[in-house]
Design a protein around this ligand. Sequence first.
Ligand code: SF4
Length: 148
Amino acid sequence: MEFKRFPNSVNQKGCALDLSSLLDEKSVVVAYVYLMSLTASVNTWYQRRVTQRNIVGQFLRKMRRFYLGTFRPEYIQQAISDTRKGDCHRCGLCCELIYKCPFLGRDSQNLPYCRVYGDLRPANCRNYPFDAKDSEIDTCGYTFQPKS
Ligand code: SF4
């Protein structure tokens, strides 16, 4: 089988030089640089917003908690053992972040309890709060100290 060679695609040594592939390479580099700067911008935006006490910050923290609790549970366990101090005093406020959890119940003394406490309890709830960034309720019984 014979391949067609176009005059502008042959260099001095007679090697086939595909200009379109060079253009493609340039496009790939431009796309890569664009993607990197976009990633840096998104990361800067995320780092600024994730600690804010507004609905956007709450949403980002919830997503972060879900992601780390589902895919990086070892990170959460490490953060808890390294920095978390104190105890949960059952105020139930973390069960009402953004929306009130449908599994949140109240006992006869109006104390909150989880209706699916145990294995069914989502990682989000089981791990709250796992680090200082995650902690957003000032009256929570847990506090965080940097690892000494
Ligand atoms: S906010 Fe803190 S103290 Fe209150 S129920 Fe949640 S973990 Fe416990």
